[in-house]
Design a protein around this ligand. Structure first.
Ligand code: AMP
Length: 172
């Protein structure tokens, strides 16, 4: 399956979760195992020869693609989670939302200094979530290869929030 054919499995849902937001729903894609495999392959492809040692999957849809991407690259998977979910010692980074703020956490022993890492999520919108994850990676002195996404909402210019390489398979 060609990566660009994956767009047919993304469902557009107007006004979710609130008025004015066009939600890009990956649920139809997840129903198709070939589409999931092709999506993971397309996310991982540019990094096959880059010595990636850790993939950081961002809760929760980033876990879905982070796991097969980590397998494809022969890397370990790190869970970047909402507060209070991780049982061990954590680094925490808070970031601004439209209203209020949110926090992400990662285990302090998930990345060794200098390890080469790839950040993975399903979608980049404003870039705030990925920027916070980049900050978590840097707290561990990671060598960040890139942040990689299945979908980029280009009009929001989220990649300008990231001082790293950015890879996106499908652009809207
Ligand atoms: P952001 O921090 O603004 O880049 O938001 C990224 C996160 O919010 C991702 O984990 C997405 O799953 C989710 N998200 C934001 N906007 C959308 C959208 N229009 N459709 C689907 N998911 C979205």
């Amino acid at each position: 399956m060609d990566a660009q054919d994956l767009k047919q499995y993304i469902r557009d849902v107007p006004d979710f979760p609130k008025e004015g937001i066009l939600f890009r729903d990956i649920s139809p894609l997840l129903l198709n195992s070939e589409a999931v495999a092709a999506a993971a392959e397309a996310i991982a492809a540019p990094f096959r020869d880059q010595g990636i040692e850790r993939v950081l999957g961002i809760e929760s849809r980033g876990f879905i693609f982070g796991a097969p991407v980590a397998q494809a690259l022969g890397a370990g998977l790190v869970l970047v989670r909402k507060p209070g979910k991780l049982p061990w010692k954590t680094h925490q980074v808070s970031y601004a939302l439209e209203y209020g703020e949110d926090t992400l956490e990662m285990h302090t022993d998930a990345i060794e200094p200098g390890q080469r890492v790839l950040i993975v999520d399903d979608l980049i919108a404003t870039g705030g979530t990925a920027a916070a994850t980049l900050e978590l990676a840097r707290r561990c002195e990671a060598d960040v290869a890139a942040a990689a996404f299945l979908i980029e909402l280009e009009f929001l210019n989220g990649r300008s929030q990231l001082d790293s390489n950015v890879h996106a398979v499908l652009k809207y």
